[in-house]
Design a protein around this ligand. Sequence first.
Ligand code: HPA
Length: 273
Amino acid sequence: MTLQQIQEATDYLKQQTQNYQPDFGIILGTGLGSLAKDIDVAFTISYEHIPYFPVSTVEFHSGKLLFGTLSGKKVVCMQGRFHYYEGYTMQQVTFPVRVMKLLGIHTLFVSNAAGGMNPAFEVSDLMVINDHISFFLPQNPLTGPNLDTLGDRFPDMCDPYDLKLVEKALQIASQHGIKAHAGVYASVPGPQLETRAEYRLLRQLGADAVGMSTVPEIIVAHQMRLTCFGLSVITDMGIPENLEKADIQKIIAAAMKAEPGMTKIIKELLNSL
Ligand code: HPA
C-alpha cells in the first residue's frame, strides 16, 4: 500500500461524487445494517469500482460506499467491511480508512458484533468500547514502510477511543432506556470462535468482549489522528462454565434486536457534534 494508491482511490471517489467532502466516516458491522437506511444518500459507489480496494470474496458481494447526510452531518459509510479471516492482509483491511481520511473525515464510527465475557453483560446489550487489546492479531496494519505524511512510525495508543464520546454515548443510552456498558474489546483473527480456555484467558487479561474486527481499523485511524468511536453489540456470551454451541442464526437475531439502540446512539451522537 502506497500513498499514491490511497490518493488514486481518493481522487476516483472525489470525481465520482462531485467532490463530496464528508466529515464523519462510519463502518457498519453486523448489527448496524439498518443505520444505512437512515442515511440520505447522495452517491453510492461499489467497492469493485474503486482503485486498489480489495477484490471481493464470494460472501462479500454487497460492499458499497455511501455518501450522504445522517442527522444533518456529511458522512461516508462503508456498508460491508473487510476482515482478516477472509484472506485480506491487514493493509487491505484498513485501506478504506486511509481513503476516508484523505476524503476529509475527522471522526470515525465503527460497529461490530462481539462475544461478551463480562458476566454483567447479556445477549443484545451494547458495549461502548473504551479500550482494546490487539496482541492476538497475527498481523499489524502499520507493519512496513511508514507513510510519514499520514502518521507517526510509533503512534501512541493512549485513548484511541475518544473518552468524551464514550461518556456521551452512555448518557444517550441511559436517556433512551438502552442497555449499554463501557468496556474493553479484544480482537482475534477468527474465523473460529473461542474455546472455553481462550474465553477464560481473555477475561483474565481484562477484556469484556471479543471479536474479529475493528481494532485494525482503529489502530490506523488513531495513527492518522482521527477521533474514534466504537460500539459492539453482544451477540453471544463467552462464559467458560456455561458455554453454548455457537449458532450463527442466534447471533444474527441478537444483533438485529440491538440494531435500533445502536442506530439511536450513533444518530444522537452525530446530532450532538
Ligand atoms: N468471539 C469472536 N468473535 C465474535 C464472537 C465471539 O464470541 N461473537 C461475535 N463475534
